[in-house]
Design a protein around this ligand. Structure first.
Ligand SMILES: [Ca+2]
Length: 455
């Protein structure tokens, strides 16, 4: 009984070692959707899960500022500095290009001096709230890959909410609340991203970190921390992206959390710099934003490695016989099995889950005792083009896939532990076996058993 177990563990150990040796830097890239490979049966395609590179998403958005007349300069206005009410040389005039502050200046190339920024009109209607919504729309689902960073030139707001939409702006959910006093502004307790754990990662928090303490020039940014959230699974330097990808694969809520079609910055109360608002000089109070950073990638369900901007809209260039803006369905005539997203697992190539032709008819299991050349009328279970055996399986006479020991299923698509060794992958699926905690445990177990066997 122990010998076969040992062999399995030894094989597992060898394959893990091999993976670690060859792919340490490639983990998490998924930049190729297919490659041509030579097999005994000639040139064939090998399909892999793939995704576009992360990029600066601000180049592809439409910005809307609401209310529409809230941008400064119409009529022209002169502003005073928050820290010095006698320094009033900030002019805004929408008709003069040099003095205008339109919304586009939140997304232009930054690095020039002085900075370029969007600016609101001042808080003339105090004590009525100065409310502004800045909406960024992509008309496309995108996945965030880095922190959202908003840079304020006016002092950071005393109250604001960052919101997201996953349905093109129909409904909105908060991402994070920001206030100088969370309890007072939103009846929420102050927390920081460091207070979150793997179990509370999806909690929406209010933070005072980016509003408290008015420091002119030095503390201008408000951040929504994506990377710190990733780090809860991938480790502090994101060195274990495999673990994160494993979690994203198996947990829809987690995947959706980082997925958006729109973002909205709701500015609720500007910086006042003091305990009392100076009612005699309300031109000290306004919002000004020089830059908003949003890094992400098109969501293509792991069926495309590029995303093109055409007719003012991003679209995935779908592979694997899929189609739609997110590669979210099978192409016509390729509906031989239900569409499914690609999978990050197994690391490093993932599983493509390609769509297969519809005209193959119901799949008939071959009679194993008569494995010969496939009868013309008999359905083909596999071939070297579209119905490929997955995970290293080999197609035998178009009738069945001969799987490697770790996989099973008609096309070797299921990890064996999923269907047979229920205990290896936790309650949900065999895929969980690659989660952050179980992989090292598995390695340790394998090592201990191998070591024990040598005595
Ligand atoms: Ca700018």
């Amino acid at each position: 009984m122990r010998f076969p177990l040992l062999l399995t563990l030894q094989a597992l150990w060898a394959s893990v070692c091999q993976t670690m040796q060859h792919y340490p830097a490639a983990w998490g890239h998924y930049d190729v959707c297919k490659s041509q490979v030579y097999t005994d049966e000639g040139l064939t395609w090998d399909y892999m899960a793939c995704q576009p590179e992360a990029m600066d998403m601000t180049k592809y958005l439409k910005v809307t500022v609401d209310p529409p007349n809230i941008t400064c300069g119409d009529p022209p206005e002169t502003y005073c500095a928050l820290e010095n009410p006698y320094m009033c040389n900030n002019e805004c005039d929408a008709q003069n290009e040099d003095l205008a502050h339109p919304p586009e200046l939140m997304f232009d190339f930054e690095g020039r001096n002085p900075t370029t920024f969007w600016q609101s009109s001042s808080w003339k209607k105090y004590p009525r709230a100065l409310l502004v919504n800045i909406t960024l729309s992509w008309k496309k689902t995108i996945e965030l890959t880095d922190d959202i960073v908003v840079t304020f030139e006016s002092g950071r707001p005393e109250q604001m909410v960052l919101e997201k939409s996953l349905d093109y702006g129909k409904t909105w959910q908060p991402y994070q609340f920001y206030a100088t006093d969370c309890l007072d502004a939103f009846t929420m307790e102050h927390k920081t991203v460091q207070d979150l754990t793997q179990h509370t990662l999806l909690d929406i928090i209010c933070t005072e970190e980016y509003s408290r303490g008015y420091v002119w020039k030095n503390a201008k940014t408000v951040r929504f921390e994506i990377k710190d959230r990733f780090a809860l699974f991938a480790g502090p330097h994101l060195h274990n992206m495999a673990s994160l990808y494993g979690q994203l694969d198996t947990t829809k809520n987690l995947r959706d959390f980082f997925t958006i079609t729109d973002l909205r910055v709701r500015l609720l109360r500007p910086a006042t710099g003091a305990t009392m608002v100076d009612e005699n000089n309300l031109s000290r109070y306004f919002y000004a934003i020089s830059d908003i950073k949003v890094q992400g990638r098109c969501k293509c369900n792991l069926h495309a490695n590029s995303c093109v901007f055409d007719k003012e809209k991003l679209n995935c260039e779908c592979e694997h016989n899929t189609t739609g803006p997110d590669c979210g369905r099978c192409k016509r005539n390729y509906q031989g099995r239900t569409w499914s997203a690609g999978s990050y697992l197994p690391i490093p190539k993932g599983t493509a889950n390609t769509c297969i032709p519809s005209n193959i008819g119901p799949v008939i299991r071959p009679n194993v005792s008569s494995l010969g050349v496939a009868n013309r009328n008999q359905a083909r279970v596999c071939d070297n083009e579209l119905l490929r055996c997955q995970n290293g399986g080999v197609c035998l006479n178009n009738l069945r896939c001969q799987c490697t020991p770790a996989y099973t299923g008609l096309l070797c698509e299921k990890p064996r532990c999923e269907s047979e060794l229920g205990s290896c992958g936790g309650p949900n699926s065999g895929q969980a076996a690659l989660s952050s905690t179980s992989l090292p445990t598995l390695l340790l177990l394998g090592w201990m058993l191998l070591r024990g066997a040598s005595y």
